[in-house]
Design a protein around this ligand. Structure first.
Ligand code: FAD
Ligand code: NAD
Length: 484
């Protein structure tokens, strides 16, 4: 009998139990239910107000609240910096941070409650509390309220997510030394803000509070800025962060952080020796680690690697029959859309359908202003591979739409193979880069050549024309910019 035709029966017996209801777990549950399987999703998240909510880090304390604040603070900044250029005179612009935070919380509430509505419509059983895998695909479920009980499942999907890494020399100490969640909840704009880590969180949240008037110093351990990104893109981004007033100090080693008198005294070393930095709040954003606390009972057979990630193959199988793992708790970039696609793949594979993940074409977006987005290989990676390549760059300065938006910063860049013209990487820094990258992702998913993009008609005037022109520029055939 095909797997999807078997049905679990009994109130605590399921075809699929998903442990973790973040952007990896909840889509897995929904897709499994769409595949006509009997599904439960267990999640233990509680917000600061003590209310349980599905959605995990992303919806409660990550992607969604950070983007809400990024949008609000960008508007605040543009009102002051850009409106005059449009001929719009504004005066008396003031900040109501409480309202800004209230709006953010409202969006989070609507989105997280939306998951319950989606579960109801799809027929997923929501279980709020702690889930622990036991041998034989039994699950111990401890609800937030009520009695602990045992569940059984034909398949278990582990989607327990990740947690912020603590820095030994600057341990979290609320409300002064905080992680990214704490940094999304400030009730007042800190006059002086320190951020440890110039990664995605450091740049996004540093931008939020800088735009609201904080003096922001970012301490980064590595000597290079954004070493994981295309370096032409990183240089352009750094220029804009400096223009915004982010004081990014590279090659620093934080040696201590002491809270006294309501402030934080940070000590660090750089090329010139020992340094001190006094701030009102300190955000530690040095990466995240997989979270598997009390997830696995004894002798489940599920293995963790040396960094604590659940070991899986390319289709997210743990090696234990019927046990899968997805999202931030397994290898690969810690991104919501990566987890979501893994969840969908696993739920389809469980149902005997086709499921596959293309790990080479996962877009990255940093939601600063200008936005930063890329997919595929950087120019440096292509160069290091020894493959002959060509690259084309189109500046937004030459885009009519970007000028109309008063945002002519940055560029779109395409790196393509010299032999067969295949697009190898696309790197955009500029307005709406996070939206523009979708076209590049689709093109690369279909193994498009730069000529395919060159011959695709793009509406005028749009920002997307920058991607079109960058494709033309790979062959020095750009129309709207000087070919170099
Ligand atoms: P999580 O979202 O962490 O969800 C895991 C869930 O499982 C949690 O609810 C947890 O409580 C629950 N859980 C864990 N163990 C158990 C257990 N034993 N029993 C029951 N429940 C359990 N990514 C992007 O792609 N775009 C962005 O813009 C973006 N912005 C971010 C901004 C910030 C500030 C942060 C911190 C992260 C951001 N991320 C972003 C990363 C993104 O949030 C994560 O990649 C994503 O949430 C991972 O999804 P997940 O489902 O694997 O884990
Ligand atoms: P990150 O890995 O992006 O950046 C951490 C930075 O901290 C790195 O530059 C690293 O060199 C630096 N660092 C590490 N140890 C340090 C130390 N002791 N002192 C100074 N610097 C140090 O991690 P993050 O910014 O914390 O974000 C965590 C995860 O959340 C990332 O994997 C990211 O993908 C995800 N996220 C994604 C988005 C998005 O997609 N827009 C937004 C926020 C977070």
């Amino acid at each position: 009998m095909p797997d999807q035709d078997k049905q679990a029966s009994g109130p605590d017996s399921f075809d699929v139990v998903v442990i973790g209801g973040g952007p990896a777990g909840y889509p897995a549950a929904i897709r499994a239910a769409q595949n006509k399987l009997r599904v439960a999703c267990i999640d233990e998240w509680k917000n600061h107000d003590g209310i349980a909510a599905f959605g995990g880090t992303c919806l409660n304390a990550g992607c969604i609240p950070s983007k809400a604040l990024l949008e609000s603070t960008e508007l605040y900044h543009r009102t002051q910096e850009e409106f005059a250029a449009h001929g719009i005179k504004v005066s008396g612009v003031t900040l109501d941070l409480a309202q800004m935070q209230k709006r953010k919380s409202g969006i989070v509430r609507a989105m997280t409650q939306g998951i319950l509505a989606l579960f109801k419509a799809a027929g997923v059983t929501p279980l709020q509390g702690h889930g622990k895998l036991l041998p034989g695909r039994r699950i111990e479920f401890t609800p937030h309220e009520g009695e602990r009980r045992g569940l059984t499942a034909r398949h278990v999907v582990l989607a327990s997510g990740s947690a912020p890494i603590e820095l030994r020399s600057a341990p979290f100490r609320e409300p002064h030394i905080v992680d990214s969640w704490g940094a999304l909840e400030f009730a007042a704009v800190p006059k002086r803000l320190g951020v440890i880590g110039a990664g995605v969180i450091g740049l996004e949240l540093g931008s939020v509070w800088r735009r609201l008037g904080a003096q922001v110093v970012v301490l980064e351990a590595l000597p290079d800025f954004m070493p994981f990104a295309d370096q032409q893109l990183a240089r352009e981004a750094l220029r804009h962060f400096k223009k915004l007033g982010l004081d990014i100090r590279l090659g620093t080693k934080v040696t201590g952080a002491a809270v006294s008198g309501g402030a934080v005294e940070v000590t660090y070393e750089d090329g010139k020796g020992a340094q001190r930095l006094a701030v009102d709040r300190l955000v530690v954003a040095i990466g995240r680690r997989p979270y598997t606390k009390d997830l696995l009972g004894p002798e489940t057979g599920v293995r963790l690697d040396e960094r604590g990630f659940i070991t899986v193959d390319e289709t997210c199988r743990t090696g234990v029959e019927g046990v899968w793992a997805i999202g931030d708790c397994v290898r690969g970039p810690m991104l919501a859309h990566k987890g979501k696609e893994e969840g969908v793949m696993v739920a389809d594979l469980i149902a005997g359908r086709f499921g596959e993940m293309n790990y080479n074409v996962i877009p990255s977006v940093i939601y600063t202003a200008p936005e930063i987005a890329w997919v595929g290989l950087t120019e440096e990676q292509v160069k290091a591979s020894g493959r002959e390549y060509k690259s084309g760059v189109f500046p937004f300065l030459a885009s009519g739409r970007a000028r109309a938006l008063e945002q002519p910063a940055g560029f779109a860049k395409i790196v393509a193979a010299r032999d067969d013209d295949e697009i190898l990487g696309v790197h955009i820094v500029g307005p709406m880069a996070g939206e523009l990258i979708a076209e590049a992702v689709l093109a690369m998913e279909y193994a498009a050549s730069s000529e395919d993009l060159q011959r695709t008609i793009h509406a005028h005037p749009t920002l997307a024309e920058a991607v079109h022109e960058a494709a033309l520029a790979t062959d020095k055939r750009s129309i709207d910019a000087i070919n170099r």
